[in-house]
Design a protein around this ligand. Sequence first.
Ligand code: ATP
Length: 306
Amino acid sequence: LMQLAVPLNFIGFVYREIRQGLTDIEQMFDLLDVNAEVVDKPEAKPLRVSDGAIRFEDVRFSYDEARPILKGISFEVPAGKTVAIVGPSGAGKSTLSRLLYRFYDIQEGRISIDGQDVRDVTQKSLRAAIGMVPQDTVLFNDTIAYNVRYGRVEASEAEIQQAADLAQIGPFIRELPDGFKSMVGERGLKLSGGEKQRVAIARTILKAPPILILDEATSALDTATEQEIQASLDFVSKGRTTLVIAHRLSTVVSADEIIVLKDGVIAERGRHADLLEQKGLYASMWDRQREATQAEEQLKRMREDD
Ligand code: ATP
């Protein structure tokens, strides 16, 4: 067993050092989600973004043949609009965002940005055009400033501070003993899920991509934190084409279109009020969510009264 422990430790060490040395957050996504099958075509050109309109046309996809995940999905995110994807766990919501980012190639159909198939453009240019705010942001073992600067390495100190303020995390950072020079990550300060997400939002504000993918956290945040995060997300998505995997009522209420995904197909689609009126899957999902939130708040009040 001792013999085995040494190389495993070594692999852990190498992995951490590689992670530390990465200069681009999306590169890390690539590392964690390696898929050697996705390669640039020899004639691949850089993506040219004019408006940033996204289009999914009859998209079919499975990770393995035996189990289709998406069975013919068509929708558009017009330039500057926000489309929210909702649906039960395992419905394929995150898969949709991974396909837009081209972590995988689809089996049938077409995914395009401003008319260009994502398979015909270079992956580098595609990923430069898309900003991702994931559910669980991995921070680098470095300073907060360094973590924010990942969005645009040439950003100035002032721009980093401004981005942090817009993401509503600036005041929190300035109160830390070392301010923006505070170390975070495994070997530094442990930030909460909401704080980490705001660092990711600051990073994305700096990157200023024409297209955004937001993956909202499922875990319950307290109301004040949720409102703060919502405000900074609203700011970053303003005027940008946004695909959001939505778990919060506040997001879907304001979305230009809501897509309800179930069993690999679009079960319902429309705006919040229309979908509520239909009294279908969407309506029952949000009834349940509202009950859960109310129960949580009641519990909190009871605890506070104690
Ligand atoms: P949740 O709300 O729970 O995050 P989701 O709707 O985002 O779920 P996806 O993550 O898109 O769901 O997953 C859809 C289905 O694809 C799931 O059944 C999942 O098990 C499967 N799946 C996801 N990633 C892979 C993978 N890399 N290889 C094989 N199957 C996968």
